[in-house]
Design a protein around this ligand. Structure first.
Ligand code: PMP
Length: 353
């Protein structure tokens, strides 16, 4: 607290990112990073962009990157917005589109940055309880009282997802408000809502290169939707930072989108490892939610999750635990390499005796 802070800053309850420890040789399964590096084409493109040209500002519109994304998704560049990680894209969406008279709706258990943006931008919101299986119930979002809707699909930290019919019910049932679908984890088995963009001007789909494209360190996220929504985001972006993506991020992002083969191979490997990890945990008596993401959400009937997380940490393995009452007994475990997943299962076996 400082007397120099604005009244707003004094009231903020900021997001706490997963730990990025400096300790060597930890098995780091706490922040949903990809276990394999980015495409070699990305590394080469960044090396090429690392030149004297860095004295020049980057393209403020990131046009080549937006064109590459649009080509892959059968859209036009006017339907694509890019930002410094999807967190920045989401922040702009909260301010440009989701701040309305009526409440913004999102699940009670979801990405914990959403209430933080509501605090920052003073957005009136209401949380909607997931059902007992920790799944989003579409009908809860069809009450006609929403000023906007946002949820991840698959949801985080549960890993549970909705199909296209359920997504369309929510989008079609709220024609007068913006529905933002945060698809940070969609490439690990979820269903993308992008095919609905052509028919629903109120739909904004947000994706990131941090997860399935192994580029959490480059900070590239994007939104896709009707050009009117994209222009709204652009107005906020151009009132905040003209150059959110530097030259390296734009070059690397284009190469990542264009290396479809590497993307398919590496996401497939994560999906396979996830299934093996889930089986290994189930064999130890864990309840593991069916996951469509690059993490699993698991609880053990005999040992509190917080205790398990501490015991894993003593063995050099870090996973994520949330204190929210409904999920306090779950661990969110990022899918690592098969070797890392094997280490985790062996450590759990030892801890559980
Ligand atoms: N959405 C969800 C649901 C997430 O879990 C994350 C990662 N913390 C993000 C968005 C943001 O990812 P990034 O800013 O790295 O694109």
């Amino acid at each position: 607290m400082s007397r120099f802070w604005s009244r707003l800053v004094s009231t903020l309850d900021p997001y706490v990112p997963g730990e990025q420890p400096r300790i060597q040789n930890l098995v780091k399964l706490n922040t949903n990073e990809h276990p394999y590096g980015p495409s070699p084409r990305v590394v080469a493109a960044i090396a090429q962009a690392n030149s004297d040209d860095l004295r020049l500002y980057p393209d403020p519109t990131s046009l080549v990157l937006r064109q590459a994304i649009a080509r892959r998704e059968s859209l036009v560049p006017e339907q694509v917005f890019v930002g410094n990680g999807s967190d920045e894209v989401l922040a702009h969406a909260f301010q440009a589109l989701l701040k309305q008279e009526r409440p913004l709706l999102f699940p009670d258990i979801t990405y914990s940055f959403y209430p933080v943006y509501c605090g920052l931008y003073q957005i009136f919101h209401r949380t909607v309880a997931l059902d007992d299986a920790l799944v989003i119930r579409p009908e809860d979002y069809l009450q006609g009282d929403a000023g906007g809707i946002i949820f991840p699909n698959p949801n985080a930290p549960t890993g549970r997802g909705l199909g296209l019919d359920a997504l369309e019910r929510i989008v079609a049932g709220n024609p007068d408000v913006v529905v933002v679908i945060d698809e940070a984890y969609v490439d690990f088995g979820g269903v993308s809502a992008t095919p609905l963009i052509a028919r629903y001007p109120n739909l904004l789909v947000v994706q990131t290169m941090s997860k399935s494209r192994s580029l959490a360190g480059l900070r590239v996220g994007y939104a896709m939707g009707h050009p009117d929504l994209i222009q709204g985001l652009d107005r906020v972006k151009n009132s905040f930072n003209s150059y959110p993506l530097d030259r390296l991020a734009q070059a690397g992002g284009v190469a990542a989108i264009e290396d479809e083969d590497y993307f398919q191979r590496t996401r497939g490997a994560v999906i396979q490892s996830r299934e093996a990890l889930s089986k290994g945990l189930c064999a130890l008596g864990f309840d593991v939610l069916p996951s469509l993401a690059n993490f699993v959400f698991a609880s053990h009937p005999k040992r509190p999750a917080e205790e398990l997380a501490a015991a894993l940490r003593e063995r050099g393995i870090i996973v994520r635990h949330f204190r929210h009452p409904r999920i306090a007994n779950f661990l969110r475990i990022t899918v690592g390499t098969d070797a890392q997943c094997g280490q985790l299962v062996a450590a759990c076996n030892e801890i559980l005796g």
